[in-house]
Design a protein around this ligand. Structure first.
Ligand code: G
Ligand code: G
Ligand code: MN
Length: 574
């Protein structure tokens, strides 16, 4: 083989190796899911390699074409991208950045590497473009979840608290106000229970959608959980005052919302409002205060707004103490029964006694029933407390009966929740049996609030009780929805005219006329009447004159411990 042949053969084998190498290189490039830009400094030449078309719809043939990149990424990334693509010889460095493509969800990782010669002059630069959309969008989602509530797309609680904190700081600096509105959908639980949680979620969403329309630079809207939303307003005024926003919300409540099933639904909402700096100076406390007064708005009849004031917070704190105490109270240690006598008006003979609970806490302080009974009704302790009251009162009553054989009634106050327990009647009958007391000796005092819901079921229960001989008395008449016309249909025996009437029956002409006609009509319906809170001789005389059957009040007897009643019986008996 001559020299030439040898060289040709060598070149050939080098060539084959090169072809093989470049095939391998191409394979690697093609399967790398990346695109490459190769720049040669000496030649000022540029070349694109591998999956270029997957990423870009333009070609790069000379380095001036680089400007085309800047158009296809979102604006905030053009400047870092420029640095990565930089090819001036001074100040070069390798770098990696992520850029987001304009008008698409695509994320690119752009990585540059520089190759230097022995004298540390740059010779070549390789830029790799890689699709990192999947990774980045997962990241996006995590970021999203950190700030937004997935169900409604509104800010979540945590992020809202942070933004509200920023509002408060800004307000401190600029001497402005910040208002927090805490919103709770009315009767959401009922809707959730009756329509199902999927519809419940839809309700949460459509109301959230409506609220989101109220958001703007100084108004932030958040969904906390379930049916709770919160709105924060920086510098509330004009169209963005609390009043204006409440008006929008209440106005929207007048029209029904359309659900996907086609069903129309009217949503009302209760709102509590607290403002920086009056209610508090921190975001979290403002939210708490707004929530507390929202609960007030609910108990005052829903679909309304309640503004924070200091006394509401004080009462709340006091109540939450009582709430906790009630859950731990030792009934027989701390509760005692008092009894207030009721008298026949005509002869002032004892008609019966009303059992009234008294609570003396560990420190000996009295806690009034009109304070703790409503709390016990809310936290459910009224059920065991009510049972204890029935048994304790009936036990004491049975003792008097044995001792004096004096015919009189025992009136028991029954709370709606207690009354609704399925075993309420059985329980009562069992206690009566245990102490040998007849149902005819018992009168249950119910309030109109019992009659608000499940009317039919309640009426049926009343009828069962009356069939057993137990009397039913309607307490506090005149304070609720009382209308004489609905009394006709009620299975009751006795009507107690509320103290608020008696208070002004002497001084106020109208009250006198109303009281007189109530008694006249009620007696015509065959019901017995009792006037409550009678404190003076004048009141007594007037009630006597208009034929009110019975009198209860300080004038003839305050609530007293059992021994007081014994003295009374001995007096009338003897
Ligand atoms: O007892 P007082 O005298 O302070 O009564 C205040 C309120 O508490 C009244 O409205 C009365 O109905 C209620 N209350 C008092 N004792 C009882 C009771 O034994 N059971 C229930 N449910 N309420 C009571
Ligand atoms: O259950 P009811 O709301 O009816 O409770 C009766 C309440 O009225 C109890 O709190 C009892 O102490 C109170 N009370 C009864 N008679 C009088 C009275 O003559 N004057 C006043 N101020 N309160 C009375
Ligand atoms: Mn009563």
């Amino acid at each position: 083989m001559n020299e030439l042949d040898k060289q040709i053969s060598m070149l050939d084998s080098i060539n084959k190796r090169l072809v093989k190498d470049s095939k391998i290189l191409k394979l690697i490039c093609d399967t790398s899911n990346s695109a490459f830009l190769y720049y040669n400094f000496e030649e000022d030449s540029v070349q694109t390699i591998a999956n270029w078309d997957y990423f870009f719809d333009f070609k790069i043939t000379e380095h001036k074409d680089f400007y085309k990149f800047y158009d296809c990424v979102e604006e905030k990334y053009t400047s870092p991208l420029r640095e990565t693509l930089y090819i001036e010889k001074r100040g070069l460095k390798s770098s990696t950045i992520d850029v987001k493509m304009k008008g698409s969800r695509m994320w690119l990782e752009v990585e540059s590497d520089i190759i230097y010669d022995d004298d540390m002059h740059p010779v070549e630069k390789i830029i790799r473009f890689k699709d990192v959309t999947k990774f980045n969008s997962q990241n996006d989602e995590l970021t999203y979840m950190a700030y937004y509530d997935l169900l409604t797309g509104l800010y979540n609680r945590n992020y809202f608290v942070r933004l509200l904190g920023e509002f408060v700081n800004r307000a401190k600096e600029n001497d402005k106000k910040v208002a927090v509105m805490f919103l709770d959908l009315d009767d959401f639980r009922k809707m959730n229970d009756s329509l199902g949680i999927i519809v419940g979620d839809e309700i949460v969403q459509i109301f959230g959608q409506f609220l989101s329309e109220l958001a703007c630079e100084n108004v932030i809207v958040s969904h906390f959980s379930s049916d709770l939303y919160c709105i924060g307003i920086y510098d509330p005024c004009g169209d963005f005052s609390v009043d204006a926003i409440c008006r929008k919300i209440f106005k929207r409540s007048e029209k029904p919302y359309k659900l996907s099933s086609g069903r129309n639904l009217t949503l009302t909402v209760s709102i509590g409002v607290a403002e920086y700096p009056e209610a508090s100076t921190t975001a979290l406390e403002l939210i708490n205060c707004a929530e507390i007064v929202m609960i007030g708005a609910k108990t005052n009849g829903k679909g309304r707004v309640q503004y924070f004031d200091g006394s509401i917070l004080e009462e709340f704190l006091k109540n939450s103490k009582i709430d906790n105490k009630l859950k731990e109270v030792d009934f027989s240690q701390n509760f005692v029964m008092y009894f207030q006598p009721q008298f026949h008006t005509t002869d002032k003979m004892l008609r019966g006694v009303e059992a009234l609970i008294r609570w003396k806490d560990e420190s000996g302080k009295m806690i009034r029933p009109d304070v703790f009974i409503p709390i016990a009704e809310k936290n459910g302790t009224i059920v065991p407390i009510g049972t204890w009251i029935m048994e304790e009162s009936i036990r004491i009553y049975a003792g008097w009966k044995q001792k004096y054989h004096y015919p009189m009634l025992l009136s028991l106050n029954v709370s709606a929740i207690q009354y609704k327990q399925p075993d309420f009647i059985d329980n009562l009958i069992n206690i009566l049996d245990k102490y040998g007391v007849s149902p005819c000796e018992i009168e249950l005092e119910i309030t109109e609030s019992i009659l608000i819901d499940d009317f039919k079921e309640i009426i049926e229960k009343l009828a069962v009780l009356r069939n057993k001989g137990i009397k039913i008395s309607l307490d506090d008449f005149g304070t609720g929805y009382s209308s004489l016309s609905y009394l006709k249909g009620l299975p009751i025996d006795t009507l107690k005219i509320d103290k608020t009437f008696i208070d002004t029956v002497i001084t106020d002409e109208n009250t006198r006329i109303i009281t007189e006609s109530i008694i006249y009509m009620v007696k015509r319906l065959g019901l017995e009447t009792i006037a409550e809170g009678v404190e003076t001789q004048e009141q007594f005389d007037f009630l006597n004159a208009i034929d009110c059957d019975n009198i209860q009040g300080y004038y003839l007897g305050k609530p007293m411990p059992p021994e007081g009643i014994e003295e009374l019986i001995e007096k009338v008996h003897g």
